[in-house]
Design a protein around this ligand. Structure first.
Ligand code: AHR
Length: 502
């Protein structure tokens, strides 16, 4: 059997694992909000209309922050429509997803939902059809305790205490031709800088995310990041990355290597940001907010392609049903994020419920976990403390898209407070199992607490309403510690997490 070898030593670290790495994303899109997190009249709905079964799954998923309200949606959104008495809220056309937005859920409801879910709210302002003034307005409304027209309006609308939103996205994917207000990097860079400066006049400690490219395949990728940051470097803390992966033309080997693409994407953006840092002579290092990532089979629902005569209120959009191999890839993408924990300090799995989501719901019916739920929930639970520097000695496999890639990919964490070590491993081999041997620094661990593997002989297997528990994690009985060396066997096309205790 092929063996992958590595050594882990808590003295060699990449950086702290920020809990914000396990964020997600709720957009007014399809059934993510309506019939997703919110469905008044559902047997599981609480007095405010929030589905308790979904809230329970969100907590189990281990989500830490949630980006809201979009996405493409935000670039045409008027935040004021979503506050005040419900019966007075306007119905509006949502141009991004060709829908009617009822505004039944807005800032107050979502902030309340975040409280119930125990997650941090990360808010995106509209820089598509709006600008500096509206960004200042929503900031004042949300964060100023009182004594001004907008903050007092919030109090009158039922929120005595400010929402105190710390992380703000300056628009969404402004490089995308499908985006309302699509801009050149010069136009957007200036607008982002002006907006950020103005917002900081209200609160200098906000954490601000400027839009990077909507994907590394965009023709302006690289130039976009450089130009936008040349305009806004001193004003912002983060630049965003977005990436979606799918298996194309049955090329499983390349699909399993999606994390290699994510690595290159992150490293290119870090290099570009650091180049601008030198140009502007700054001490600060820009962080990455990887605030949209997932597997997504776009098909006919690629942004900007949706047409028709109807503007439905609730529609089934982007309801991808994820398979075992999709979940293995999601596990691999989490490994890539952990490996870059020094610069990627926030990330959002896009999205949370129904639309390209780990959680699915049936209207009036149950909620269930998609296959992708499991690697996310397990990584969020076990990846604590610092990300360790991992160098794996392993043969490579050839892929059509990414060339030679390591057969096994590994990330590991060490929690200095508890002494716990966690190892996350992806086996890209499509035939036969692989052995992983992890030599641990002397005496740091004494036992395997748990070892869980996601694998199935049927790579197409999914969880559905009828069979919600068809795919899940299974205990991996091969994991054992022998003389300070962890041995674990990985089945082909699989993702594994091992938790070790001192
Ligand atoms: O997550 C779905 C969409 O993908 C988002 O609205 C947009 O930002 C991206 O193109």
């Amino acid at each position: 059997m092929t063996t992958a070898r590595l050594r882990l030593d808590p003295a060699f670290t990449v950086g702290p694992v920020n809990r914000r790495l396990f964020g997600s994303f709720v957009e007014h899109l399809g059934r993510c909000v309506y019939e997703g997190i919110y469905e008044p009249g559902h047997p599981e709905a609480d007095a405010e209309g929030f589905r308790r079964d979904v809230l329970e799954l969100v907590r189990e998923l281990g989500v830490t922050t949630v980006r809201y309200p979009g996405g493409n949606f935000v670039s045409g959104y008027r935040w004021e429509d979503g506050v005040g008495p419900r019966e007075e809220r306007p119905r509006r056309l949502d141009l991004a997803w060709r829908a009617t937005e009822t505004n039944e859920v807005g800032l107050h409801e979502f902030a309340r939902w975040c409280e119930l879910a125990d997650v941090e709210l990360m808010y995106a302002v509209n820089l598509g059809t709006r600008g500096v003034a509206e960004a200042l307005d929503v900031l004042e409304y949300a964060n100023i305790p009182g004594g001004t027209a907008l903050s007092d309006a919030r109090r009158a609308n039922g929120a005595e205490q400010p929402f105190d939103i710390r992380m703000w996205c300056l628009g969404n994917e402004m490089d995308g031709p499908w985006q309302l207000g699509h801009s050149t990097p010069e136009e957007y860079g200036r607008l982002a800088s002006q907006t950020a400066k103005a917002m900081r006049q209200i609160d200098k400690d906000l954490e601000l995310v400027v839009c990077g490219s909507s994907g590394s395949g965009m023709p302006t990728f690289g130039t976009w990041e450089r130009t936008v940051l040349e305009h806004s470097y001193d004003d912002v803390d983060y630049i965003s990355c977005h990436a979606y992966y799918q298996e194309r033309d049955g090329d499983l080997a390349s699909f399993l290597a999606s994390g290699v693409d994510m690595d290159r994407f992150i490293e290119s953006v870090v290099a570009t940001a650091d180049h601008v840092r030198a140009l502007v002579r700054s001490d600060k290092r820009i962080q990455i907010s990887f605030d949209e990532w997932n597997v997504w089979y776009m098909g006919a629902e690629e942004p900007g392609t949706i047409t028709g005569d109807e503007w439905p209120e609730v529609q089934h959009r982007l309801e991808n049903v994820y398979s075992v191999k999709d979940a293995v890839v999601v596990g691999g993408l989490l490994i890539s994020l952990l490996r870059h924990a020094d610069r990627v300090t926030a990330a959002s799995l896009a999205q949370l419920v129904n639309a390209i989501a780990p959680i699915m719901t049936a209207p009036g019916g149950p909620a269930w976990r998609q296959t992708t739920f499991f690697p996310f929930a397990t990584t969020s639970r076990l990846a604590r403390g610092v990300s360790l520097d991992v160098r794996v000695d392993v043969p490579t496999t050839t892929t059509a898209v990414y060339g030679d890639v390591p057969l096994v990919d590994v990330a590991a964490t060490h929690d200095p407070e508890t002494g716990d070590v966690a190892v996350f491993a992806l086996n890209r081999a499509t035939e036969g199992p692989l052995e992983v041997e992890v030599e641990l620094a002397t005496g740091i661990v004494s036992r395997v607490a748990e070892a869980l593997t996601l694998h199935d002989d049927d790579l197409e297997a999914t969880n559905t309403r009828e069979h919600p528990d068809r795919v899940g994690l299974e205990e991996n009985p091969t994991a054992r510690l022998d003389g300070g060396v962890l041995h674990v066997t990985l089945p082909p096309v699989s993702w594994t997490a091992v938790s070790l205790k001192p």
